[in-house]
Every structure is written in structure tokens, then in C-alpha cells.
Design a protein around this ligand. Structure first.
Ligand code: FAD
Length: 600
């Protein structure tokens, strides 16, 4: 049977040494995040994840959701009661603005809790997961009236939110959407169309479901310039806040899919449903991007979370399973065989898992800090810096985070040999559940294109220049510390590969845009390697400072340093090969005519 132990100690180390949470007590919302409060949130949040959500993970996978003839959907056994406890304990309010009834805790603290919940039960987490993004979109673009009507109950968790973009004929290319919004005399719109793959589109956990829906008004311009955003509740809401009539939106069916069986992925039919516009007409995609950016960071976190739980279980298994002998002679001569830990190839998989989960965790918690600083830092310059960094790194956190999360899950399944393929051990579920994160919320190839296109070019490349400056400063400072110098040099080399790849793309994408498309994925990976490398440099520095200060947990801190060295030796060198692939350009990739692919 699989188990889950929330990595609270690692989170606290990162919050202290990489995020340096205590430096930001002057930022609104952070004053409430004292060390004691954060420790309590992590302990209690970890407990909820491990004791309430995790025991339902395999049940959810086996049972899935059921759609009934009347269009209602029942979630797996135990989900409803667990959601009631989730709401009652106030977990939905953790990170929401105080003015709408939230606790206003920093994003990085909510990110840590989000990781615990996704590791414990990815499907369950998703029922509330998208609500936060919907709240942010309503806060940024909704009228005061819409905000007052919907947000407090969404913060309280009694209502949940969804994101309705995808239609049968379009997912990436949203300019093609067909859903119509026809204005009524009272300021509302009649929404008609079909949305597919809508996560948590219908379920029995909350009293109301608030759909954020992309649609086109009758005279809207063609393509993405003609998209507007609407809020469409499952139950209409009366002026006094009570629930009114059922709206004309219903779940037509639920998908049978590879993983996340416990989450209802719905076809949603809008049959003249009543909706209200959020923000300006034809500016809906920009408004939806507020929700999507939040969701992309959340999906990156799902990648890490699946990698983490797979890693934890593989570690237990490697301790228990005895096969063969160490290459250097028996490690446990009194036993008939040694544990899997003696085999370097098993170590390779586990060390990759350790180095990547800890590095990605640091990147995501630090990314959470940038989200808050982008809105709340005291000076315009600080806000701009944070905004540049998080907008540059959002596609990397989503794309690299989910690719590596899946890779870790597969490697950790491999540690189990044939038992990894057998359902009762739980590992095959982590592989199946991790896979979706690479696909939804903008497939990873599209994230890569976002990075090499808009994100690099924005403001004349200002964000990348800023990121490179931070790297250069950290590397220069680390070189002065002998215990960090080797790591700093490895990061400097990988950063050099990033710069060379950037230069090549700048010189070769103008003449042939396919060169950018062909190298985009590799570029996203180099950026992932370097950003996680920066995090490892900061963690190594923090570990050394604690060792020097005589911190009690020396073995744990030394393990951090060894893992940093492993990352420098085994993962960072990939940046060189990736750079060379980018320099290969698009020529051979685009050379074959499409008919030659099937001609075999
Ligand atoms: C379980 C599940 C849950 C989902 N939840 C939601 C949800 O809650 N709300 C919602 O609106 N949608 C949801 N989706 C939809 C999901 O976001 C889309 O499936 C995804 O964005 C890809 O769109 P598509 O399936 O239409 O693929 P396509 O757009 O057809 O893409 C096919 C392939 O082509 C590539 N591609 C397409 N265009 C480009 C390009 N310009 N450059 C490079 N590569 C390109 C893509 O990367 C992909 O590999 C969900 C999907 C699933 C399976």
C-alpha cells in the first residue's frame, strides 16, 4: 500500500533559505505569516492532506465519477465528506483576500499546502483548485456587483469555480471558438454552445458551481480579438444572495480517461444559459489569462506533487526490497541479498527524483513569492521586477515542472520493477495521474512557444536580462565560497549554454520562424535546468550557513549539499546537448513532406 508523508521540513528549509519569508514582513499579508503561524499551517495542512485526502486517492481512482440521467454527477465515495471537512477547516480561505473573507496568507504558503494536497489526491484537489484562479479573474476584471455576488461564497468554498475554454474543434487555438453570447435587455447574455473537457464542471461537493466561460458576441471580430469572458452560475443567484433557478447549463457526459479518475471531466452544454460579461467586450482572452496564469503555476505544482509522492514510495520500496549484491561486495552479508539501494542504477533514479523534487519545490515556492511581490511590493520597481520574473518563468514552471514530474513518476515506478506495473502498489496511478499535467492548461509544446515567443521578446527582452543578471550575481558571490565554487562553475556553464541558445535563436528565428519552433522545447528545458540550478545554489548556500551556525541537523544539511553536487554533475550538463540540438535548426525537422510520414 502506498503512503504519503508531507515534506514539511523541506518546505520550511526553503521558506527560510531561498524565499527568506521573514524579509518580507512589510509586504501586506506577510505580517500575518509569522514563523509560528506558517509552521502551524504546514503541520495542520500536511495532516489534512495525509489523513483525509490521501486515503481517498486510490478509492477515487478505482471508482471514478458517475453521471446520472438527470445530468448530475456523483464523486467517489468519501469525497463529499472530505470536501465538507476541507471547507469547515477553512482551507479554501487560506490564500484569499481578507476583504472577501479570506485569510490573505502569502502565495508561497498556499503553494506548499497545494503541493501536499496534490500529492495526496490530485483529483480531489482539482475540485477547488481552479476556484482561486476564477476569484483572481473576477477581482481583476469583474464589476463590483459581480464580485460581491460571487466571490465571498467562492472564498468560503461553498461554491466552486471552473474554467471553460475548450470546445470540440479547438483547444490551443481559441480564436476558433463558436460559443455564442447574445445580449439581453437586462444586461445579461444568453450563452449557447458546447465546452468539452471541463474539470469539475459538475459534481456534488458544492452548493453552486460558477463557470467562467469564453464566448463570442454576435458582431465580434474574427479570431482571438473577438472573445469575451462571462460568468455563468449553475444556479442563478438572487439579489439577497440566495440560490435561485437552475440555469440552462448542464453536464452532457463525463470522459473516461487515463488518470485523475476521481475528478469529473465534463462536456458542458450551454443552452441559452444566463451569463454576465466579465471585463470589456472582446477582451475576454486577456481576462481569462489571469485565471490561466494562476492555473499554469498550479499545474506545474501538480507535476512536482506527483513526482514527490512517487519518489517517497520508491524510497520505501528500495529500503525493503532485496535483490542481488552490491558491485563492490555484499553490503549485508548476513542477508541473502542486499537492498536495492546498493545498485547505482537504482540510485540514479532516486537521486534524480530527490534532486528534481527539491529543486522544483524551491522554484515553485520562490515563484509564489514573485506572484505576491508583483502585486504587493512597496515600490513600483520591485513590483515590476517580480512581475517580469514570474511571467518569464510561468511557462517553465508549467512545462519543465510537469515534464520532470512525469519523468520522476516513471523512474520511481521503475524502481519497483514489475510490481510498479501492478495496481495495488499505487505507482501506476501516479504515472497515469501525472501525465495529464503535461497536456492540459496549454500543452507543454505550447508553453515552450510562449517562452521563446512573447516571454523572451516582451519589453525588449527585459525579463531575460534581469534573470541573467540575478544568475551572474549569485554565481559571482558563490565563487568566493570554496564549498560552493564547483557548483557555481557548473551553473555558470549551464547559464552560458542558455545565453548561447538565446543568441542563436535571436539570430536565426527572424530569417526562419521554424527555427524558433524547432528549438523551443529544448530551450524551455535549458531554462528549467538553469532556474532549478539557481535554486540549488541558494539551497546549498543556506545549508552551509546552517552548518556553520551549528544547526543540529547536520546529516540532513550535508545531504542537501551532496544532492546539489549531484544536480551539478548529472543534470546541469544536459544544457550543452540541448543547446546543440537548438543549433541544429528546423531544416531537417521540416524537410519531409507530410505524406512521407505514413509512407512505410
Ligand atoms: C483531463 C482534462 C482536463 C481538462 N480540463 C480543462 C478545463 O477545465 N477547462 C478547459 O477549458 N479545458 C480543459 N482541458 C483541455 C486542455 O486544456 C486541452 O486539451 C489542451 O489545452 C490541448 O488542446 P487540444 O486538446 O485541443 O489539443 P490541440 O490544440 O489540438 O493540440 C494538439 C497538439 O498540437 C500542438 N499544438 C497545437 N497548436 C500548436 C502551436 N501553435 N504550436 C505548437 N504546438 C501546437 C499541441 O501542443 C498538442 O501537442 C482538459 C483536458 C483534459 C484531457
Amino acid at each position: 500500500m502506498p503512503s504519503y508523508n508531507p515534506p514539511v521540513k523541506d518546505v520550511r528549509f526553503i521558506l527560510d533559505t531561498v524565499v527568506e519569508l521573514d524579509r518580507y514582513s512589510n509586504v501586506p499579508g506577510f505580517e500575518a505569516a509569522s514563523a509560528d503561524i506558517v509552521a502551524a499551517v504546514l503541520e495542520e495542512g500536511g495532516k489534512f492532506a495525509a489523513e483525509v485526502a490521501f486515503p481517498l486517492n486510490q478509492i477515487g481512482d478505482l471508482q471514478g465519477c458517475t453521471r446520472h440521467d438527470d445530468g448530475s454527477v456523483t464523486t467517489p465515495e468519501g469525497f463529499k465528506e472530505a470536501y465538507r471537512q476541507f471547507v469547515e477547516a477553512g482551507w479554501t480561505t487560506l490564500h484569499s483576500p481578507v476583504e472577501f473573507g479570506g485569510q490573505g496568507m502569502p502565495t508561497c504558503v498556499a503553494t506548499a499546502f497545494g503541493e501536499f494536497m496534490c500529492s495526496a489526491n490530485h483529483s480531489f484537489e482539482m475540485y477547488y483548485g481552479l476556484t482561486r484562479g476564477a476569484i483572481n479573474a473576477l477581482i481583476a476584471k469583474g464589476s463590483e456587483e459581480l464580485q460581491a455576488r460571487y466571490i465571498p461564497n467562492m472564498v468560503a468554498g461553498t461554491w466552486t469555480g471552473t474554467m471553460n475554454l475548450t470546445e470540440p474543434h479547438c483547444g490551443t487555438d481559441l480564436g476558433l471558438i463558436k460559443t455564442k453570447a447574445v445580449p439581453g435587455a437586462d444586461g445579461s447574455y444568453a450563452i449557447t454552445g458546447t465546452k468539452i473537457f471541463i474539470s469539475a464542471g459538475e459534481h456534488d461537493l458544492s452548493e453552486n458551481i460558477i463557470h467562467l466561460v469564453l464566448a463570442k458576441t454576435p458582431d465580434a471580430p474574427e479570431g482571438s480579438k473577438g472573445i469575451s469572458l462571462f460568468v455563468v452560475p449553475k444556479f442563478l443567484v438572487n439579489d439577497d444572495g440566495s440560490l435561485g433557478d437552475r440555469n440552462a447549463v448542464s453536464c452532457g457526459s463525463i470522459e473516461h480517461k487515463m488518470g485523475i479518475h476521481g475528478n469529473a471531466t465534463c462536456v458542458m452544454n450551454y443552452d441559452g444559459a444566463t451569463g454576465w460579461m466579465v471585463g470589456e467586450e472582446n477582451k475576454g482572452l486577456a481576462a481569462m489569462f489571469i485565471m490561466m496564469n494562476d492555473a499554469r503555476l498550479g499545474v506545474g505544482l501538480q507535476g512536482l506533487a506527483q513526482g514527490e509522492i512517487a519518489y517517497q514510495n520508491a524510497v520505501h520500496y528500495a529500503h525493503d526490497r532485496r535483490q542481488g549484491r552490491a558491485l563492490t561486495g555484499p553490503a549485508d552479508p548476513q542477508e541473502k541479498a542486499d537492498t536495492l539501494f546498493v545498485h547505482p542504477d537504482v540510485r540514479r533514479m532516486l537521486m534524480d527524483g530527490k534532486a528534481l523534487t527539491e529543486g522544483l519545490r524551491a522554484l515553485m515556492l520562490w515563484g509564489g513569492l514573485q506572484v505576491d511581490l508583483a502585486h504587493k511590493a512597496q515600490t513600483e520597481e520591485e513590483r515590476q521586477t517580480a512581475d517580469d520574473l514570474i511571467s518569464l518563468l510561468t511557462p517553465v514552471i508549467k512545462g519543465y515542472g510537469t515534464d520532470k514530474g512525469f519523468e520522476i513518476a516513471v523512474n520511481c515506478q521503475q524502481v519497483y520493477g514489475g510490481h510498479g506495473y501492478i495496481r495495488e502498489w499505487g505507482m501506476e496511478q501516479y504515472v497515469r495521474d501525472a501525465r495529464i499535467a503535461q497536456i492540459y492548461e496549454g500543452a507543454n509544446g505550447v508553453q515552450a512557444m510562449d517562452l521563446v515567443g512573447p516571454k523572451l521578446a516582451q519589453n525588449g527582452g527585459r525579463a531575460l536580462q534581469l534573470f541573467l543578471k540575478i544568475l551572474a550575481e549569485d554565481i559571482a558571490a558563490a565563487k568566493a565560497e570554496p564549498r560552493l565554487a564547483g557548483f557555481a562553475e557548473a551553473l555558470e556553464k549551464a547559464t552560458g549554454q542558455l545565453q548561447a541558445a538565446t543568441m542563436w535563436l535571436m539570430q536565426n528565428a527572424m530569417t526562419n520562424p521554424n527555427n524558433a519552433g524547432a528549438g523551443a522545447y529544448h530551450y524551455m528545458e535549458i531554462m528549467g535546468i538553469v532556474s532549478v540550478g539557481l535554486m540549488w545554489l541558494r539551497m546549498a548556500k543556506g545549508a552551509i550557513a546552517r552548518i556553520d551556525a551549528g544547526d543540529g541537523d547536520k546529516a540532513w544539511l550535508e545531504a542537501k549539499l551532496t544532492t546539489a553536487r549531484y544536480y551539478a554533475e548529472q543534470i546541469m550538463p544536459d544544457a550543452g546537448a540541448l543547446r546543440r540540438k537548438i543549433e541544429g535548426g528546423a531544416e531537417t525537422m521540416m524537410a519531409l513532406p507530410p505524406e512521407m510520414f505514413a509512407n512505410r
